[in-house]
Design a protein around this ligand. Structure first.
Ligand code: PRP
Length: 205
């Protein structure tokens, strides 16, 4: 079975969950991006690429719901996991009393173009999206955006960059995603993984 895992903050809890369901593997000490253990192949991917791997090469994967919400991949999502909880929020320079409904024509920096467009469309507003792929919090202070839409966890990054959260757009959490063909061709194996994960999440074993 091939498993795609995201590098970054979901990596460790994902490896722990695999270990808890009996798929033990050590994180590589070198730059290798594949771990082979007991018939499993664990592929380490950039988080936003996990659905691409699961659609084309892996049987299952773990990914944040921000990624699936943004890219709407053609995968089966059988399980919400109990880690990776955070949110996607709209933030503006601290001290500003601007409200989301006042943002028509604003420049919004984000890596979540679709989520951002959908949110402002729902308010009937037309904004200009400034697409970035990281360090989004820099954009307002450099004058290239009026606001940002980004992941907020503890709120530290916003605070330390002079920004304040004014609206939560969606909750984010880790999910198990499954390749649609594998879901049929490896049904028992995958069902077994899902059941074991459910047991660990619900009962701790
Ligand atoms: C995310 C996000 C924020 C930060 C928020 O970045 O883009 O910058 O975490 O966390 P906080 O509210 O606890 O400060 P991450 O470190 O995951 O890396 P990224 O910039 O590659 O997305």
């Amino acid at each position: 079975m091939r498993i795609a895992l995201p590098k970054g903050r979901l990596f460790e809890p994902s490896m722990r969950l695999l270990k808890d369901i009996g798929i033990s593997a050590d994180a590589p000490e070198n730059r290798s991006l594949i771990i082979r253990s007991n018939g499993y192949e664990i592929m380490l991917a950039k988080p936003s690429d996990v659905p691409v791997y699961v659609t084309n090469a892996a049987d299952i994967g773990i990914v944040g719901s921000d990624i699936t919400e943004e890219s709407q991949p053609d995968v089966f999502i059988p399980l919400r996991l109990n880690f990776g909880n955070c949110r996607i929020s709209l933030a503006v320079p601290s001290g500003s009393d601007i409200r989301p409904e006042d943002m028509d024509g604003f420049r919004i920096a984000t890596k979540y173009r679709n989520i951002t467009k959908k949110y402002f469309d729902s308010l009937g507003l037309d904004v200009r999206i400034i697409p970035l792929s990281g360090s989004i919090e820099l954009a307002p202070s450099l004058g290239i955006a009026d606001a940002i839409v980004d992941i907020v966890d503890t709120g530290t990054t916003l605070r330390e960059n002079g920004l304040s959260e004014i609206h939560k757009i969606i909750d984010v959490y880790a999910q198990l995603i499954v390749n649609r063909i594998s879901q049929k061709s490896k049904f028992e194996e995958i069902n077994n993984v899902v059941t074991r994960m459910e047991n660990v999440i619900e009962n701790g074993y």
